[in-house]
Write a protein that binds this ligand. Structure first.
Ligand code: ADP
Length: 550
């Protein structure tokens, strides 16, 4: 940690640490009657208020202390978006322990690796994951006890899990005579592992200070723009980079919260959006695919939903157009990563954009957006020299800020910073107005004859074809150019398009030498645990693919 010099004249403001517990304490006191509504694993709808949530979080914090959990200890969760998970966000971090959210979609071996690497003490889980825990428990060396997130009546009668506790019993046996402890705001609050598409997953260890600052900044109008007038449904899971900070920024704003539980299909989401009057949501493009298709196929409309944040991978322009033009939902394209808590940029228009023709405004909105205060960014060439912000020069994207990692948990990966900047692994342009556009991940860039071809642009063009549901572009070996683009496409149900028609679709939309050399059609693309296409798997599958040589 850097030690900064102190001035002979220090400010005279209260020295109050920025602690995660202060967020829920604030919501309970100032927006105490506002609701948190959850679709439970059991299928029913549960509703209570911020006041209830804070009290139960304190009771759980007290229970954790009773179990011997100490400051800095890791407490893991394997759970969907729901009120009990939210309570743990505050109970664990608020007590000074570290909340370690685990992505249940990871391979069981990776989950066991992560739990052991983090040296978790307790593991809380939704009943959906009981079989997974039973299969895994003997590999989890440090876990002292498992807590089923349910009532006594739903506890399994027989199980191989050693030391199985009941969540509601822990709450019921705690009095709530517990005050949130105060401590150094730089203490660790939560831990998220990157999905580790290559190599073992690495842990990003957030502090209380970074979490609270990120929550403040992400709620601002240039970013997620959350207020007490909103009803927010985070589709992005609480096990994926803390649901982009929404479990903190929503209570901090006093907005009503709606949790979808495990039901993330288009129909269930739509019903919840309508019944609870959801105004704002957030998720990766693949979930919107399901919801938007459900709405269009059934000729439905949203009655309250007005704005959504889409990020995690590039939002296809065709999806943005449908949401805005057909469904009346404003789209905020955002970019970030696990190592950035995750928000780095969000795309909203500046005042002077408002007089631009609609098509030019849309072109701005398609970018990944403008840095939010707290994040600085730059693009550099292979030698580390900074490149111009002209919207066309692309380079390696580096970031810094109080919610960007300074290294990985337990020193994994060594010293990762370059002159104090974190290398994101993304390739991007930045325009004169400061808007970022991601061209690609550096490992996905297609290197054709020494020049780079950005796969995101090609995928966006393919997905603007009415017969294309999903598209991914990868580089495959080419005898002359070293690599050339291959387009892998999933067609919309009932729609048809040929290879030749699709290649012709690219004419005049991208430079001629960018046009893919070939197209293959497939039933489904390999998806990772966070809803992103696994390009490394695609590259393995099409490793031997012979491109036409003509
Ligand atoms: P992982 O997928 O490794 O778990 P993250 O979920 O943190 O990691 O994903 C971060 C990466 O996702 C970014 O570095 C970037 O490549 C990609 N990404 C995130 N948002 C966007 C976006 N809006 N457009 C394009 N790529 C994005």
């Amino acid at each position: 940690m850097t030690a900064y010099p102190t001035s002979p004249l220090m400010g005279q403001m209260m020295d109050q640490p920025l602690l995660v517990s202060s967020v829920i304490a604030f919501a309970a006191r100032h927006y105490g009657g506002n609701e948190i509504v959850s679709r439970r694993v059991e299928g029913d709808i549960h509703r209570y208020t911020y006041r209830d949530c804070e009290l139960r979080a304190r009771r759980m914090a007290q229970a954790l202390t009773g179990l011997g959990v100490q400051m800095g200890d890791r407490v893991a969760t394997l759970a969907w978006n729901g009120y009990r998970h939210m309570e743990l966000y505050y109970a664990v971090s608020g007590s000074g322990a570290v909340l370690h959210t685990i992505n249940p979609r990871l391979h069981p071996e990776q989950i066991a690796y992560i739990i052991n690497h983090a040296e978790g003490q307790y593991l809380f889980f939704d009943m959906t994951f009981l079989p997974a825990i039973e299969a895994m428990a003997r590999h989890c060396k440090t876990i002292k006890g498992y807590v089923a997130m349910c009532e006594r009546a739903h506890m399994p009668l027989e199980t191989s899990i050693p030391t199985l506790l009941c969540y509601e019993d822990l709450i019921a046996t705690s009095s709530g005579q517990y005050a949130w402890p105060q401590f150094d705001e730089r203490s660790a609050a939560s831990l998220c592992y990157t999905s580790g598409t290559t190599g073992n997953p690495k842990g990003a260890l957030y502090s209380h200070r970074s979490t609270v600052l990120h929550a403040y900044a992400s709620a601002m109008p240039n970013a997620l723009n959350v207020s007490a007038a909103d009803t927010v449904l985070p589709v992005v899971p609480m096990f994926h980079v803390n649901a982009w900070g929404l479990p903190y920024s929503v209570p901090l704003s006093g907005a009503k919260m709606v949790f979808p539980g495990p039901a993330l299909d288009g129909k269930s989401l739509y019903e919840l959006f309508e019944s609870e009057g959801v105004t704002f949501s957030a998720g990766v493009p693949t979930v919107w695919l399901g919801l938007v298709n459900h709405v269009l196929q059934n000729d439905l409309r949203f009655s309250s939903f007005r704005r959504t944040v889409i990020g995690g991978s590039a939002c296809p322009p065709a999806m943005m157009d449908t949401l805005i033009d057909q469904l009346g939902v404003e789209v905020v394209h955002a970019w970030g990563m696990t190592e950035m808590s995750p928000l780095g940029t969000a795309c909203t228009l500046m005042g002077r954009h408002k007089t631009l023709p609609a098509a030019e405004q849309r072109a701005v909105l398609r970018k990944q957006g403008h840095a939010i205060y707290g994040v600085d960014m730059k693009i550099v060439d292979d030698d580390g020299s900074e490149l111009p912000w002209d919207g066309s020069t692309y380079g390696h994207l580096l970031v810094k800020g109080p919610w960007v990692v300074s290294g990985y948990f337990r020193g994994e990966g060594g010293d990762v910073l370059q002159d104090g900047w974190f290398p994101t692994g993304d390739v991007a342009t930045i325009d004169a107005d400061g808007y970022l556009q991601i061209t690609d991940r550096s490992k996905d860039v297609i290197k054709s004859g020494g020049e780079w071809i950005g796969s995101i642009d090609l995928e966006n063009v393919a997905m603007s074809h009415p017969a294309v549901l999903q598209a991914a572009c990868i580089g495959v070996q080419h005898p002359k150019w070293s690599e050339r683009p291959l387009l892998v496409v999933v067609k919309r149900p009932g729609a048809d398009v040929t290879r030749e028609e699709l290649l012709a679709w690219f004419d005049d939309k991208v430079a001629k030498w960018w046009i893919p050399d070939d197209v293959v059609f497939t039933e489904a693309l390999p998806m990772g645990g966070t809803g992103k296409i696994q390009k490394n798997k695609l590259r393995d599958i099409y490793h031997e693919h012979r491109l036409p040589t003509a």
